[in-house]
Design a protein around this ligand. Sequence first.
Ligand code: COA
Length: 161
Amino acid sequence: MPTLALYAGSFDPITNGHTDLIRRSLGFVDHLVVAVATNSGKAPLFTLEERVDLIKSAMESESRVEVRSFDGLLVDFARGAGIRMIIRGLRAVSDFEYEYQMALMNRHLGAEIETVFMIPSLDTTHVSSSLVREVARHGGDVTSLVHPAVDAALKGKYKTG
Ligand code: COA
């Protein structure tokens, strides 16, 4: 049986922190579904289609990565896709409390689904999508933080190219 896992987020936009975690996950799972939240309670800069396309661009060489979007509860999406492992990244201690609560709530909602925590690379620990947007909005250099397609898309959105 192939090992399947789910990595979900709003990915507005995908950063090198996310791709680092995706690549690390592929070290122990056969197939990873990257699930883009349709409504994560945040007002996104990029449309759902744009976020999905940017993930596909950033992960183009990875045939074992499948990008999908989802609405509703993550555990329901996982069940529907036949997946029992949710991957989450812990960048710093500050991530822990929220992640811990979410993992327990997801277990409450779907006892058969396990959350697996991973430590991203040290050089992406400070990266988040909102910080990348903020820097790009002011014309700052994010080329070392995101895939070139994401950099170009940010420049297009903020007309800073
Ligand atoms: N590298 C870089 N950045 C990372 C990262 C990593 N390894 N891991 C997380 N981040 C960033 C994200 O980009 C995001 O940045 P932002 O706040 O600037 O946008 C931030 O850290 C938080 O990430 P995350 O916790 O993954 O939140 P999210 O909004 O991207 O996604 C969902 C959260 C979609 C997974 C969650 O809300 C969900 O499951 N929603 C569906 C409804 C549901 O089931 N709720 C849970 C019930 S407990």
